[in-house]
Each structure stands twice: as C-alpha cells, then as structure tokens.
Ligand binder design. Structure first.
Ligand code: NAD
Length: 250
C-alpha cells in the first residue's frame, strides 16, 4: 500500500471521477474525506465495506468557510491532511455552446467553483499539511486547456487557470515541502458524461484521432493520481500529467 497512514481530502467526490479517486486512494491505504455539494454517503459506504476508512461532508468549494471546515473535519476525524485532490468543478452540467451565448452568471459561477474553489481548498489545506511536514496537492484540469477546443470557453478558461495556478503554487510552496501537480484528462466516461446528448459520436471522433484508440474510463486516471499523491513522485512538482491516450498530440 503506497498511502498507508496518509489522509486524503477529495473535493467533488460524491460521484464521477472524484468518487473513483476516493476509492483508488483508499485502496492504497489512505483515510479519505469525500467533500461535495452532493451527499457522498454511497462512496463512503463502498470504501468502508472494502475495509478502508472514509467519511463524507457537504462542502461548497467556492465558499472559503466551507473549505476551512472541510480541512478541520479531516484533521479531527483522521488526525491531519497529507493529500488534497481538487477535483470539484462545474463541468458535466455545462452545455456545449458558443462563447457568444454564455451568460455572465454561468461564466462567474464556473470561475467561482473551478478557480476560486481550487485556491480556497489549497489555502485551507496548506497549514494542515505544514503540521505534517509537507503534502501533495493534485489539481484536476483538462486536456482541452492545452489543445484549444471550441464551445466551452468559460470551462476551458477556468482549467487553463488551474494549470497556471498549479505551477505558481508549486513555486510558492516548495519550501514548505508541499508539492503541487495537475492531472489533465481527456474526455472520460464518468456517470454524468455518459448521460450527455451526442456523447457517443463525440467520443468516437476523439477515439479515432488519437494514438490509443479506445474510450477513456475513470480507471485510466487513478494511477496518475495515486502516483502524484505518493512518495514515488516526491521530487516532482509544478507538473501536469496529461492522461488522454495521446489526444493532445493531434
Ligand atoms: N469526465 C471528463 O471527461 C473530464 C475530462 C477532463 C477533466 N475533467 C475534470 O474532472 C473532474 C471531475 O469530472 P466528472 O466527469 O466527474 O464531472 P462531474 O460534473 O460529474 O463531477 C463534478 C463533481 O463536483 C461536484 N461539485 C460541483 N460544484 C461543486 C462545489 N461548488 N463544491 C463542491 N463540489 C462541487 C459535483 O457535485 C460533482 O460531484 C472535474 O474537475 C472535471 O472538470 C473531466
């Protein structure tokens, strides 16, 4: 087990990729706090039934008080925080639309969750990680921010900011022994993505163009998150692992 005795906080983990990260980190021995605006009880049950240790709490990452509470909860339940996976985002609910049609409200909400949420979560976790002598922050971005894809300008802008913040935070936090890295997935079949209209056609057009010609699943991402959380990556910071079957090269 690579993460025995470690404590991981995963935002947006009640479903989708975040839930897979929570299960994957718990399988490597981490105690896991599942934080989301939705109830994460099912994920906790799954982890606990498999012999792991997990708890869930409601947390809106765009609210600083909620983020502080999230870290306090992890400290009081599990004794500290070593790993933060900033995965929560406004994503699957966004429709593909021209930049001409995005509303200001939708733009601002996307930025509040996807950017400010990453900042607040890290800000809350840093003092807790310092108490443990360091830690690992993993921000979930997207390959879209690197490729240039039409029809989700607000989302892509927010994830571009996440990539920039990953590097800036890594530069600022290195002397505290806190590493900050990002994982940039390609289109991945999480529960909500699978429900999207026209997803099969969009996915097959992506699959056909990339070197590894198959559909990306949530399991494809767990290895990178575990690697960045573990001591196997102890001299890696400010980096982005692109997990997309090579799409970014096309
Ligand atoms: N699935 C993909 O194709 C894909 C590709 C690239 C990147 N990503 C990124 O991976 C992450 C997870 O994606 P997913 O497919 O599971 O998406 P999703 O929309 O199903 O999951 C997002 C989770 O974040 C939670 N959330 C939303 N607002 C929140 C808030 N204010 N506070 C706390 N939690 C909040 C949601 O309740 C949900 O559980 C996101 O950051 C997304 O941008 C996904």
């Amino acid at each position: 087990m690579k993460l025995k005795e470690k404590v991981a906080v995963i935002t947006g983990a009640a479903q989708g990729l975040g839930a897979h990260f929570a299960v994957g980190l718990a399988e490597e021995g981490a105690n896991v706090l599942v934080a989301d605006i939705l109830d994460g009880g099912e994920v906790v049950q799954r982890i606990n039934e498999n012999g792991g240790r997990a708890a869930a709490m409601i947390c809106d990452v765009s609210d600083e008080k909620d983020c502080n509470k999230m870290i306090e909860t992890a400290e009081s339940l599990f004794g500290g925080v070593d790993i933060l996976v900033s995965n929560a985002a406004i994503f699957s609910e966004l429709k593909l639309q021209s930049m001409m049609d995005i509303t200001v409200e939708e733009w601002d909400r996307t930025m509040a969750v996807n950017i400010r949420g990453v900042w607040f979560s890290a800000k809350a976790a840093i003092p807790a990680m310092q108490k443990r002598g360091g830690g690992s922050i993993i921000n979930i971005a997207t390959n879209r921010a690197l490729i240039g894809v039409p029809m989700m300008l607000h989302y892509d802008a927010s994830k571009g900011a996440v990539l920039a913040m990953t590097r800036a935070m890594a530069a600022e936090l290195g002397d505290k022994n806190i590493r900050v890295n990002a994982v940039a997935p390609g289109l991945t079949m999480s529960e909500q993505v699978l429900k999207r209209e026209g997803i099969a056609e969009r996915n097959s057009s992506i699959v056909n163009k990339r070197p590894l010609k198959r559909t990306q699943t949530p399991e494809d991402l767990i290895g990178s998150v575990v690697f960045l959380a573990s001591d196997a990556s102890e001299f890696i910071t400010g980096q982005t692992i692109i997990v997309d079957g090579g799409s970014v090269m096309r």
